[in-house]
Structure formats: C-alpha cells, structure tokens
Ligand binder design. Sequence first.
Ligand SMILES: *Cc1c(COP(=O)(O)O)cnc(C)c1O
Length: 218
Amino acid sequence: MTIKENVEKILSELPEGVTLVGAAKTRTAEEIQEAVDVGVKIIGENYVQEAERAFRVIGRRAKWHLIGPLQRNKAKKAVEIFDMIETVDSVRIAREIDKRCRAIGKIMPVLIEINSGREEQKAGIFPEDALELIREISALSNIKIMGLMTMGPRFGNPEDSRPYFIKTRKIFEKIKSLNLPGVEMKYLSMGMTNSYKIAIEEGANMVRIGTLVFGRRD
Ligand SMILES: *Cc1c(COP(=O)(O)O)cnc(C)c1O
C-alpha cells in the first residue's frame, strides 16, 4: 500500500468530527509531503529537530503538532514551528512555553498529557493531579489549554487500552463541566495505529496514526 492509498482509506473510514494527526517520527520530508498532498492536514512530530527538518520543506502547508516530550532548551524553536503542543505535563514546561510565546506574540494551543496508566517512567501528569495542573496553567496568558492527550500503556491487544481511554475521557468531561476560565476542552487526543478505533469509541476526536499512514518503521 502506498501512503496515498493508506491515507485515502483512513480518511474515508474516520467518523465525522475525528481529526487525523499523521505521526511522522523517523519519516523523511518527502514521505510527509506525500501524506500532506493526499489530505493529511496535521503532522505530529516527536522531536523538535526532526520537525525543523520537515518544516523547512513543507512549511505552513500542514499544521504541526508536537506529540513528544518538550525539553526546555528546545522551547524557543518549538513555539516557532508548532501550531499545538500536545504534551504539556508540568507547570515548569508550561511557563517556558508561555514565556517564549510572549516574546513572539503568539498564543499556543496546548493539550495536557495524562499518564493514564500511572507508569513511573512515562511522560504525562497522573490523573489525580490533572485538575490542579490545569488550574495553574490556565493562568498563563500565552497558552491556551484546548484539551487532553494520552498514550496509555502499550499492549499487544488494543482492547486492553480501553480502560485508559475511558479514564482520560472522564477527566476530559469533568474538566469541561467546570467551565474554567481560559480552558476550552475541545480536543481529546488518544489512539494510535493499533488502538485508534477503540479510542474513538471512547470519545477521542483526535487520533495520532503513524504506521498505518506511512508503513512500518524500520
Ligand atoms: C509514534 C507515535 C504515535 C503513532 O504510533 P503508530 O503506532 O505508528 O501509529 C502516536 N503518538 C505518539 C506520541 C507517538 O510517539
């Protein structure tokens, strides 16, 4: 299957209101360009440096989402390139993004990353700490919280991911119901190649798909 065939199939099958993010780690700018040409509107990058390389070729013909952890020393570059940062999980990194955005007159849409499996080594805020973090970050004027993102633990059987998607959805709904000033719970980013259908069943409206768009990573 070519990238074109893959993208056409995915886009024709995604329910209305669900946005595809093409997860592009390790892909060349040419591959990413091909995906953009056939209708992938948002490219997800894990690393600022990889994004920079692809951005030089593709520029604003796509939207760029950071879907990997952000190091503070990369924040300046990141806020220039990205249209959304999906992986905010601390006040510390949020403050850095806020400061860098203020310097260039930008308001950055962000998602708060939830460590829904409460895995020690994983990025994301623990579910029970999400509300407090969101309250603190919502006070920053050059950041706009637009929703939540989660990875969840990796399983061979995607059905095993369901409880973590349900847990994240519950936090999403709860925070939405609070109508916090400066917080708009609009996007729920969950699900990858093996789990996106289940994520959509559990309320995801943004899915990050790599392998199924670009083929296997080797
Ligand atoms: C790699 C990656 C994806 C996509 O993974 P696939 O299994 O290739 O679809 C999605 N989200 C994040 C954060 C990733 O790093």
